[in-house]
Design a protein around this ligand. Structure first.
Ligand code: SAH
Ligand code: SF4
Length: 366
């Protein structure tokens, strides 16, 4: 590498470690370190197939061919925050807002269970109308009527609220750290604080939730070095589920003119995560499927083992516009399930029939 290369340039990071050595160290399960993460995350196009297929092999050896389907209900697009990348941000006055009543959420949970799903992911903006007690009641009702595992993805709340929801029966929680770089986090979150978000994740872990986090790829100003630090931080945290997707600029946000992330960079990160976290649940995200019609399949062949089909009523889907051109906004729940089953068959994968708990919990339940 020549001296002219800038180590902070995402396309030309400097590292003394060759791609081959980096891959060897990853496969040897070395503790994640910047010096070998960077050559993998920034590998040349010619090296990418070796990285992606190594991750695919690790996924198959550790977890088999079964893909866990998590039914996703987007139950409110009302949000108190103003994250600069997100179409649901409070400042986007051009969006029609909706909020599903508790009975409707429980009804959709029943539908998800009847379609054969084993997990319901309840996602929303940070909508405080669903206060601790109200969401706990919904969780309890779903748990009483179905055998679904419940994953929450509702943003930041205080520890006591998370505790109540865990007690009510919530099994898992997803809260992406988005980036661990303090400057980038602050630039993206006018009303949020990196230390607080990290504290939420630690609280969720200590409360016994199966712990999910993740980052966006291609945020303005983000470098491969930052992504390497994200991987190390998530490893230290003990993340058990990690969702990563490309940042897709939304026209009604301050980042409308940003370049956004790429499928290629996202796949490299998915593959690195599989090598660093052989047992983790890694979704092939809707965002990667939005940039490339085969994006989810490509992620599933680069280490991912989870897909999150939508069960939000079709009438509300277009309004849950976190980013533009989101896929699967026209279908009803049953159609999404059938489409996914067919897509998985085409790449030789099957649908898991168990709950798909993280390893630690699945082993305890044996
Ligand atoms: N309000 C909750 C859950 C909904 S947002 C929360 O913020 O945790 C879910 C995820 O969507 C976020 O974590 C973020 O990583 C992702 N997201 C937001 N805006 C996006 C964009 N423009 N492109 C891609 N992903 C985006
Ligand atoms: Fe709200 Fe989540 Fe979007 Fe931030 S990312 S504006 S918290 S919905």
């Amino acid at each position: 590498m020549t001296a002219a290369k800038d180590p902070m340039d995402p396309l030309q990071p400097e590292s003394a470690v060759s791609f081959a050595d980096a891959l060897r160290r990853a496969l040897a399960q070395e503790r994640p370190a910047e010096d070998w993460l960077i050559p993998l995350l920034a590998c040349a196009d010619a090296d990418a197939p070796a990285l992606l297929s190594a991750a695919d092999r690790v996924r198959r050896d550790m977890l088999g061919d079964a893909v866990h389907l998590r039914a996703l209900i987007e139950f409110s697009n009302i949000c108190r925050r103003n994250c600069r990348y997100c179409g649901l941000r409070r400042g986007n006055g051009a969006l029609d807002r909706y909020r599903l009543p508790p009975e409707r959420i429980v009804e959709i949970a029943r539908l998800a269970a009847s379609l054969g799903y084993r997990t319901l992911v309840m996602q929303s903006g940070e909508d405080l109308w669903y206060d601790a007690g109200r969401l706990a009641d919904i969780i309890r009702a779903i748990k009483a009527e179905t055998d679904l595992a419940i994953t929450l993805s509702v943003g930041e709340r205080d520890r006591e609220t998370y505790r109540l929801w865990r007690e009510a029966g919530a099994d898992r929680c997803l809260l992406r750290i988005e980036t661990t770089d303090p400057g980038l986090f602050a630039a993206l979150h006018p009303d949020d604080n990196l230390a607080e978000r990290m504290a939420c994740l630690v609280a969720l872990r200590d409360l016994g939730y199966q712990l999910g986090t993740g980052v966006m790829v291609g945020l303005p100003g983000q470098t491969v070095r930052m992504l390497a630090h994200d991987v190390i931080w998530m490893h230290d945290l003990g993340a058990e589920m990690i969702g990563v997707g490309p940042f897709i600029p939304h026209p009604k946000t301050p980042l409308a003119a940003a370049a956004g992330g790429t499928v290629a960079q996202t796949l490299r990160l998915v593959a690195v995560l599989r090598l660093v976290f052989p047992w983790a649940h890694l979704p092939a995200t809707t965002a990667v499927g939005t940039l490339d019609p085969q994006g989810r399949e490509r992620a599933l062949e680069a280490g991912a083992n989870v897909v999150m089909p939508n069960v939000t009523p079709a009438e509300f889907r277009p309004q849950y516009e976190i980013y533009p051109n989101k896929i699967c906004t026209g279908e009803e729940a049953a159609e999404c399930r059938a489409c996914l089953a067919m897509r998985l068959r085409l790449i030789g994968r099957e649908i898991a029939t168990d709950h798909g708990h993280v390893r630690r919990v699945a082993e305890r339940m044996k």
